[in-house]
Design a protein around this ligand. Structure first.
Ligand code: ADP
Ligand code: MG
Length: 399
């Protein structure tokens, strides 16, 4: 990443605004069920504390839509952060800027403050110039450590970055270098495993991966559309009729490029979309009219596992079946095990794929789990992410 890094700037005594992604899952009682995203920012925060910076954290939580939503306050996040840092955090629950400014004035070098949910402000999501100006007035330096929102152009990651000296935080740098390493100069064979519900969600990433990977394995709901485009009847399965042309074009492109795009050869079909449905495994050319394909079959599992086992680089995004239901989770679980076992570099993005790994306790086996689902997909598509583009360029080395 040719962007200026946190370690390139002097932060001592400076007011350092840090955009983090504390958008953590919570249960109905407001208890944080997974604090991975908070833990992931500790290197940046601890670096700033050590250097005696005045750290001011900005985060969103959920989608309050520009107004105050009590259940989306960051109080429990602030308390969890205090536990993890073993230090007090100034939690500034005010949303009027005058009070925020007054409260921030008491933050001393080495201390950490957390502002209230930044999406309580209507200007955030529309990257309002006035909101960016106010945020910029609260700090001297801006650090972006929120890879997960880098595909959005909001006031707290893009607007403010244009107004202050702006650098990449340690997590952002790590995320970008892990994913870049896999796609810029991958060890081969490079196998991509793409699943999920729809072709339309992942068409961009599929196309780009065709250029990068040696083998692209396609499962999940999106495989149905490809199979239909080849003339297989898919019964009541989820298909996107309006994407058939695109699916055919992708299959042709794979042929032209000499890439191996592998579709399922058998499917687990269900008589209804229910956790107790009657199920059977059928070849792809024998899906019964009133049934739907909800998982990949055993033969397909074996083929996919063999490709993954022999890979030196694996990128996985999207479950290969409706894994939320135990009856249709076998394929996805077998993929999770295979990716975790693969001795090569393995990168996993996407909330549902990560959930499948977590459920099986397999996250340790993965080289890099991206904290940003949408952002990692757009990065894999080869798009420039606005949150990264807005940061200062690194001074060129030598020359
Ligand atoms: P990720 O969050 O890992 O990026 P997606 O959100 O794209 O994954 O897709 C996950 C969803 O895809 C899951 O809810 C799963 O139930 C659904 N899905 C997978 N296979 C099928 C299928 N054959 N039919 C319908 N939905 C499917
Ligand atoms: Mg998802």
């Amino acid at each position: 990443m040719r962007k200026k890094q946190l370690t390139d700037v002097e932060v001592t005594n400076q007011r350092v605004l840090v955009r983090v992604d504390f958008n953590v899952p919570k249960d109905r009682d407001g208890y944080i069920t997974d604090d991975t995203r908070i833990r992931a920012t500790l290197p940046t925060i601890n670096h700033l504390r050590q250097k005696k910076a005045r750290t001011i954290l900005l985060s969103h939580l959920g989608r309050p839509g520009g107004q105050i939503v009590e259940s989306l306050r960051l109080g429990s996040v602030a308390r969890r952060l205090e536990e993890l840092l073993d230090a007090p955090v100034h939690y500034i629950e005010d949303s009027d800027w005058a009070s925020v400014r007054t409260r921030l004035a008491s933050v001393k070098p080495g201390e950490v403050a957390l502002l209230e949910n930044i999406r309580f402000h209507p200007g955030e999501a529309r990257n309002d110039a006035e909101m960016a100006r106010i945020l910029a007035s609260l700090g001297d330096i801006f650090v972006n450590d929120a890879f997960g929102v880098s595909h959005r152009a909001h006031a707290s990651n893009v607007g403010v970055a244009r107004l202050l000296p702006s650098v990449a935080g340690l997590l952002l740098t790590h995320e970008v270098s892990m994913i870049s390493r896999a796609i810029d100069d991958p060890e081969r064979p490079f196998v991509a495993l793409i699943g999920g519900a729809k072709v339309s969600d992942k068409i961009g990433v599929l196309k780009n991966l065709l250029f990068l990977a040696d083998v692209v394995l396609v499962g999940g709901g999106m495989a149905n559309t490809f199979l239909l485009s080849q003339g297989h009847s898919m019964g009541l399965s989820l298909v996107e009729e309006d994407k058939l042309e695109e699916a055919r074009a992708i299959l042709e492109q794979a042929l032209e490029l000499g890439r191996h795009l592998v579709l399922p050869e058998d499917l687990v079909v269900a008589a209804e979309f229910s956790p107790a449905a009657a199920r059977q495994t059928v070849p792809v050319d024998a899906v019964p009219d009133d049934w739907s394909a909800l998982d990949i079959g055993e033969k397909t599992v074996a083929t996919f596992v063999a490709h993954i086992a022999g890979a030196r680089t694996v990128v996985w995004n999207g479950p290969v079946g409706v894994f939320e239901m135990e009856l249709f989770a076998e394929g996805t679980e077998a993929m999770a095990v295979a990716v975790a076992k693969c001795p090569g570099t393995t990168i996993v993005g996407g909330g549902d794929s990560i959930a499948a790994l977590e459920k099986l306790g397999l996250t340790e086996g993965i080289t890099h789990i991206s904290t940003g689902g949408g952002a990692s997909l757009e990065f894999l598509e080869g798009k420039e992410l606005p949150g990264i583009a807005a940061l200062d360029d690194a001074e060129s080395q030598g020359g």
